[in-house]
Write a protein that binds this ligand. Structure first.
Ligand code: PTJ
Length: 252
């Protein structure tokens, strides 16, 4: 890691870049992942690099969905593992009901194996990889490597969290009847527009907030959680996010 002083105005953003560059070096992330990160970084800059009220609302709804879920699964690609491995491990430690599954667009068995090993090295046990199962299941309507599902993971999930996802998979998951929670800084992406709950926030910032909400919701009565979901309007979330991006937050 290079030495980024805390006083650097862009320290947090530069440290995220470093996580991805390390991820590339360690064979977790692809070159395309760096480009995908640049797009997210630009949008986050326009959002003021803060978790804004529309994202807080979406995270509260996501927490209700996950708490009510029978089998909640969070999927991780190369960017997600490299950027947010520590945050995922913390989430898993606090909320053992959550399952984690590797799902890659640019799939190679070696990269999947490295991602599982990396996450397990951070303390996240039992990360699923469809290729390790003799009976992987296929998500209908999808041609990419992302169609494969582990039979104990996404295949049997009723709620799936898809951070930094491509639109095709999000659409196919929604079409399959699963509830889908996206974490995506682009409120105009097909993923954000198709998901039931779209968290328009930077992944490593959003996960600790979700962690806190999940802890608080453990004691919440189910009717209260269902009421929160009924009152949640994802179209409004996306509209507020677009408005925030277009408005900008001034020079920093
Ligand atoms: O590891 P693989 O092979 O599965 O590939 C992963 C990537 C990310 C390369 C692949 O899924 C991809 O190309 O994704 P997209 O289609 O570029 O979509 C990524 C979305 O995530 C974009 O809308 C970005 O704005 C958004 N994004 C990027 N970085 C972040 C982010 N959203 C939240 N937090 C971020 N840090």
């Amino acid at each position: 890691m290079s030495d980024i002083p805390d006083s650097h105005p862009r320290a947090a953003s530069l440290r995220l870049r470093e996580r991805l560059v390390e991820g590339l070096r360690d064979g977790l992330t692809t070159e395309s992942g760096l480009i995908a990160h640049g797009r997210g970084e630009a949008l986050d800059y326009l959002l003021g690099e803060h978790t804004l009220p529309f994202a807080e609302r979406a995270i509260a709804a996501a927490s209700a969905l996950l708490t009510l879920a029978r089998r909640p699964v969070i999927t991780a690609n190369g960017n997600v593992a490299a950027l947010a491995g520590r945050e995922l491990a913390a989430l898993a430690g606090h909320h053992p009901r959550l399952a984690f599954e590797v799902n890659l667009f640019h799939y190679t068995p070696e990269r999947a194996r490295r991602i599982v090993a990396y996450l397990e090295g951070l303390g996240l046990r039992g990360v699923l990889d469809w290729a390790s199962s003799p009976n992987p299941v296929t998500l209908p309507g999808l041609d990419s490597s992302r169609r494969h599902m582990h039979p104990d993971g996404v295949a049997v999930a009723d709620v799936v969290v898809v951070p930094l996802e491509d639109g095709d998979r999000c659409e196919a998951l929604v079409a399959s009847g699963r509830q889908v929670i996206a974490i995506d800084l682009n409120p105009l992406s097909r993923t954000a527009c198709r998901a039931h709950v779209s968290i328009v926030d930077e992944l490593t910032r959003a996960l600790p907030v979700l962690d806190r909400h999940l802890t608080e919701d453990r004691a919440a009565p189910p009717e209260q959680l269902r009421g929160r979901l009924e009152g949640y309007d994802n179209a409004q979330t996306l509209q507020d996010a677009v408005h925030a991006i277009r408005g900008g937050f001034g020079e920093r």
